[in-house]
Design a protein around this ligand. Structure first.
Ligand SMILES: Nc1ncnc2c1ncn2[C@@H]1O[C@H](COP(=O)(O)OP(=O)(O)OP(=O)(O)O)[C@@H](O)[C@H]1O
Length: 205
């Protein structure tokens, strides 16, 4: 699958966040979207996901040269971000089961394996509202990485993670992201050092 941005730009009110991005994200490749706080990384990720429309230009998805309709884009991707809300009343077990009612698991995995991978099995019956911010972030990353989709999109993946959490994240990527297109919004090198392609938002101001 490829994702193509053609002269894409986005503004909020009168302020342009970025303009004239023409770029193709190719299947299986690893990309980092880089820039300081407030530069527009999350906004660009939302455009790529189809959660926000461009104010000018176009975003398109295709597979083997055939366009994928926008209504189908969400099936192609899995996404994790610190600002993405989980259902606080659900236990960890319920959260995992709920997510995989809507998304497919990577073949060979099951719900128990996702729980084991998280290293939080003692908290499987605990409601997420009692989870620390780092435990919630691990949960979001595991759900996204274990989803069988060609695109993995992560915004600030190691926010709220401690040193062990960062190393756990790096193992997760090595284990589950090898064949996927991965796009990371980041300003911390330990989150994106496996990415071969870097896109600087400041080049599109
Ligand atoms: N819904 C919105 N309405 C108005 N302005 C917005 C909206 N969403 C984002 N912005 C503005 O767009 C700019 C880019 O924000 P964005 O969150 O994309 O940056 P970022 O690079 O992801 O930042 P950070 O590294 O802090 O997460 C900021 O100036 C922000 O205030």
């Amino acid at each position: 699958m490829d994702i193509k941005l053609s002269a894409a730009g986005r503004r909020f009110n009168q302020e342009w966040i970025f303009r004239d991005i023409s770029y193709t994200f190719a299947g299986g490749q690893k990309y980092a979207i880089l820039g300081p706080n407030g530069s527009g990384k999350s906004t660009l990720l939302s455009l790529i996901l189809g959660n926000l429309s461009p104010s000018e230009g176009e975003v398109s998805y295709s597979a083997d040269g055939i366009a994928i309709p926008e209504a189908e884009w969400y099936r192609q991707s899995s996404f994790a971000a610190p600002y993405l809300d989980l259902v606080e009343e659900f236990t960890l077990q319920e959260t995992i089961a709920f997510h995989f009612k809507f998304k497919d698991l990577i073949p060979g995995l099951n719900l128990r394996a996702v729980l084991d991978l998280l290293g939080l099995s003692r908290s499987e019956d605990k409601a997420l509202k009692y989870f620390s911010s780092g435990m919630k972030q691990r949960t979001k990353l595991a759900l996204a990485c274990c989803t069988d989709a060609p695109l993995l999109l992560l915004d600030e993946p190691t926010s709220n993670l401690d040193v062990q959490g960062v190393s756990w994240y790096q193992d997760l990527i090595a284990q589950f992201a090898a064949k996927k297109m991965v796009i990371i919004g980041s300003n911390q090198e330990n989150e994106y050092k496996f990415c071969d392609h870097h896109l600087q938002i400041s080049d599109y101001k």
